[in-house]
Each structure stands twice: as structure tokens, then as C-alpha cells.
Ligand binder design. Structure first.
Ligand SMILES: [Zn+2]
Length: 261
């Protein structure tokens, strides 16, 4: 393990541009039940309404019974509100300050990457704290309108401007959120990435596999950090079977030592 860590740290030291592709596992160290996350609190369970959670948090349910969708969005929002970014988010943001060509492509909707300081960020599923009205152009934040998902209130929340339905700017099941990220995707497509980290995700969505296959063609190293093997493991050059916070902290320490010596 130590040997892999020093090889990977060496890649970081030499790299100018690093891409972090991150999923639920990144926030697992924050104790968060992550929407669509592997082992997330909600995945695969039947709700009190007798429908699978994927149906409760879907585009159709929001249109027909928004109070049901909101009940579960609220639970996730409240969990995010109580939790905080962890050492892994911090290290990624520190690396971006050190190497401005660093990018984060995240599946998570908790917004912890931005809170930790990441700026070159693609949130493919959106962010739970961003809210908008489905009727008018009203936009706000959960902090502003819902006291960060901590204030008890009637659900669904109503637009203060037009009484319309308020919803978070995230990808619900049955939707595609990514169009809003298309411009950023183009920038990322042309970015000269020197190393890719695949952290806490096990999904082979196209937006994940595309940069990975490109990296393989260009001999760009891919490092997977995950406590378990995933469907993406075979494409990675290095596997670190551990948690994100612990591994990134170790990598950061090795890099720091190299820099001062
Ligand atoms: Zn409105």
C-alpha cells in the first residue's frame, strides 16, 4: 500500500492538471446518507407510501404528488445540513489551489466540494441547496428559503413570488440535469489532464467512462480510491482499497514532505 501511495504521490507532484471523479464514497466519511449512493440510506428501500424511493424522488412524483417527493428530499437535505465536508474534500480543494488546472466532476448533491473550496466543479446531478420555482424565474437557496432544511414547514415549499412549486436544482430520477453543465464539460473535454482519480463511485455512466477511456488511450494514469472493487476497477492503473479521507490525507502528507525536502 505504501509503495502505491508514493507512486501516486509522485504522479500528483508531476501533474499540472488533475481530474477527480467523485461519488457517494467521498461524502461517506462525513457520515452522510448519499442520494444514489452505494449503501446509501435510501437505496432500494420501499417508502412509507409503498413506492420505491427512486419513484418517490422522481420527476413524475414531483409533478403528481410533490409533497411525497419533498418529504424525502427534506430528509436528505436535513442530513446534509447537519453534516460537514471532510478531509477528502479539503485535500481536493488544497490540490486545486496548488494546481489550478485541477477539476472535480461530482455525482454528489451535498455541495461539500464547493463548501471545502473547490472551484473548477461540475456537479452532474446538481446541488440540493439550490432552489428554483417551476413557474417563474425565482431562484434562491435552501439556506435562504428553508433555513437550510432545518425549519419545520408545510411541504412542498411555495414560491414567495407566485405561489408556484419550489424544487431543488438537482437531477431527479427520470430527468437529465447535465445540459446545464454542457459548457463546462466542453472545457473539461479539452483540458490536458495528467492524472485521474476515481473516488467513491461505482457507476459506469457515460460521463464517467468517457474521460476514463480517453485517459487510457493517452496513457494518463487512473487511480481508484474505494474500499471495495467496482465495475470501474479494471480500467484503473492503481487501486487503493481504502476510504477517501484517509487516503487523500496520506497522499497530501507525502506530497508536502517531498515539496519541503
Ligand atoms: Zn414562482
Amino acid at each position: 500500500m505504501d509503495e502505491i501511495l508514493s507512486v501516486v504521490a509522485d504522479c500528483i507532484l508531476k501533474a499540472e492538471s488533475i481530474l477527480f471523479i467523485v461519488g457517494a464514497g467521498l461524502s461517506a466519511d462525513s457520515g452522510l446518507p448519499t442520494y444514489r449512493g452505494v449503501g446509501g440510506l435510501f437505496e432500494g428501500i420501499l417508502t412509507q407510501e409503498g413506492v420505491p424511493i427512486e419513484e418517490a424522488i422522481s420527476k413524475n412524483m414531483l409533478q403528481t404528488r410533490p409533497e411525497v417527493t419533498w418529504k424525502y428530499l427534506w430528509q436528505i437535505g436535513a442530513a446534509c445540513h447537519k453534516a460537514k465536508f471532510n478531509r477528502a474534500h479539503e485535500v481536493i480543494a488544497q490540490i486545486e489551489s496548488w494546481k489550478p488546472g485541477t477539476w472535480v466532476l461530482t455525482q454528489n448533491i451535498d455541495g461539500f466540494e464547493r463548501a471545502a473550496g473547490s472551484k473548477n466543479l461540475i456537479q452532474v446531478h446538481g446541488q440540493l441547496s439550490e432552489l428554483f420555482c417551476v413557474n417563474c424565474s425565482y431562484r434562491t437557496t435552501a439556506e435562504e428559503l428553508l433555513a437550510g432544511y432545518s425549519k419545520p414547514m408545510d411541504l412542498p415549499p411555495k414560491c414567495p413570488a407566485c405561489e408556484g412549486l419550489i424544487r431543488p436544482d438537482i437531477e431527479l430520477f427520470g430527468e437529465h440535469h447535465m445540459s446545464s453543465s454542457e459548457e463546462t464539460f466542453k472545457i473539461l473535454d479539452n483540458a490536458p489532464i495528467d492524472i485521474i482519480f476515481l473516488i467513491g463511485t461505482s457507476r459506469d455512466y457515460q460521463y464517467i467512462t468517457k474521460p476514463l477511456y480517453k485517459a487510457r488511450r493517452l496513457n494518463v494514469p487512473i487511480v481508484e480510491i474505494n474500499p471495495a472493487e467496482t465495475v470501474l476497477s479494471e480500467i484503473a492503473n492503481y487501486h487503493i482499497l481504502s476510504t477517501a479521507a484517509d487516503t487523500l490525507d496520506k497522499l497530501w502528507n507525502i506530497c508536502e514532505k517531498q515539496l519541503v525536502s
